[in-house]
Ligand binder design. Structure first.
Ligand code: FAD
Length: 403
């Protein structure tokens, strides 16, 4: 069911994709509101020390650059090939974008969306339950939001774009993806995001024992950086465990075949070499139980091949994230049974619930590998669907001129 301007669109999350989607909507003349639980791009802010594998030209849009330039004629974007840290991406693109006239008045920061439902109809109302001629899409969405003071209110919208990412919901590190025994109580003491190991948080790891869990690129970065700390302070140690049983000769980090990002390929190679040399990597090992007395080390029960109780000062559980599906509980949405995101986030954005869309990192669910440019492709596709204009592509025109 097409929605034409001047309908009201609500974005959940002012991450990179929420901002870009809102900008695209503003260019088309939609009324837009962006609810953000924290600061602009809160998740990028929380990983601001991480350097991208991806060149800047794939971390910006022609609309974004045009909007910033229209707002500030002295704006100098980073070079196309620059690989920025999160804080550089924020300072040199994302924050200037959020500050443009097109977006700044539409942002509601420190405002969390608690749930999304519909006016008049319930999740259980199928098309056959509605009066003849009525459709679920005829009714507005109702969003329950909470501001920084804790006050709740209802906001309405004609369409909702859920761009809330996954970083707020880390996976548990226990066997089978369940919380290890005792893990839930220690949630606030375990690191589920890559800390700034070579910067602000170095002292917490230098000369200490760390249990590193995970086989992705965050775990690879942690291994390389812990090895660097260890070189300068030999009292530093780490044990790296991964759950897969796959061929140990390849090392813990799976290589992307024909990786288009040389620095990512190099990181994987470096981390795999460290794992083999340091003899600190144990594959097919699982976390069964975690105990910590106040002020003491973590005592972690691991399965074979290093079965037994082991003491660590830190646990780096870099085991991925999952989408918050509670937001969708009252809608007719079909998350993929394996990832919790869309079944085919590259091409199929349409859900049974008319005018509700999952976009950005959340659309990939637990599947890793989402890149900003995947989100831009989704935005282009979504607005062609939303306005029923199959050939619409504001990005194709390059850098549009703003009056
Ligand atoms: C360590 C790391 C490095 C990465 N490096 C790159 C890279 O180099 N290049 C690249 O293209 N991609 C990279 N990614 C992927 C990156 O996550 C995305 O490109 C980008 O951040 C995704 O944008 P998003 O808007 O979909 O989600 P997010 O950035 O996760 O933004 C979601 C926003 O929604 C907000 N939110 C969440 N729940 C609610 C709620 N209930 N109510 C209101 N607001 C809410 C959050 O606070 C957040 O601001 C990286 C990811 C990680 C973890």
């Amino acid at each position: 069911m097409a929605i034409d301007t001047p309908a009201k669109l609500a974005m959940v999350g002012a991450g990179p994709i929420g901002l870009e989607a809102a900008l695209y909507a503003r260019f088309l003349g939609y009324d837009v509101v962006i609810f953000e639980q924290g600061r602009v791009c809160e998740h990028v802010q929380q990983q601001s020390h991480v350097r991208s594998f991806v060149p800047f030209r794939w971390c910006c849009s022609p609309l974004g650059l045009a909007a910033i330039t229209a707002h500030d004629e002295n704006y100098q974007p980073p070079t196309d090939d620059a690989r920025l840290t999160g804080s550089e991406w924020l300072e040199q693109y994302l924050l200037p974008l959020a500050a443009t006239d097109l977006l700044s008045d539409h942002l509601q920061l420190h405002t969390r969306v608690l749930g999304i439902g519909k006016e008049q109809v319930r999740k259980t109302d199928r098309a056959a339950d509605l009066p003849a001629g009525d459709e679920r899409g005829d009714w507005s969405f109702r969003l329950l939001v909470q501001d920084a003071a804790g006050n709740e209110r209802i906001e309405e919208a004609d369409a909702v774009l859920d761009c809330s990412g996954v970083l707020s919901q880390p996976n548990y590190c226990g066997h089978g993806g369940l919380p290890a025994i005792g893990e839930r109580a220690l949630r606030g003491q375990i690191d589920y995001r890559l800390p700034d190991l070579l910067g602000d948080e170095r002292d917490r790891f230098s000369g200490k024992r760390t249990l590193l869990i995970g086989h992705g690129h965050s775990a690879a970065t942690a291994a390389v950086q812990l090895a660097e700390i260890q070189q300068q302070d030999p009292a530093t140690s780490f044990t790296w465990i991964t759950r897969h049983e796959h061929q140990p000769a390849t090392g813990p980090v799976r290589r992307v075949s024909n990786d288009p990002f040389p620095s990512r390929a190099e990181l994987a190679a470096q981390a795999n070499a460290i794992a083999q040399q340091a003899n600190s990597w144990h594959w097919a090992s699982q976390v069964e139980k975690i105990v910590r007395e106040p002020g003491g080390p973590f005592v972690v029960s691991l399965s074979v091949p290093i079965a037994g109780d082991h003491s660590y000062d830190n646990i780096l559980a870099l085991v991925g994230y999952q989408p918050d599906l509670s937001l969708l509980a009252e809608l007719q949405v079909e998350p993929d049974f394996a990832t919790g995101g869309l079944r085919d986030p590259g091409t199929k954005l349409i859900q049974p619930e008319d005018n509700f869309y999952l976009l950005g990192a959340k659309s990939f669910g637990r599947q890793t590998g989402f890149l900003f440019r995947d989100g831009l492709a989704q935005i282009q596709q979504l607005f062609a669907i939303l306005g029923d204009r199959p050939t619409l592509d504001l990005y194709a025109a390059g850098q549009p001129k703003l009056e």
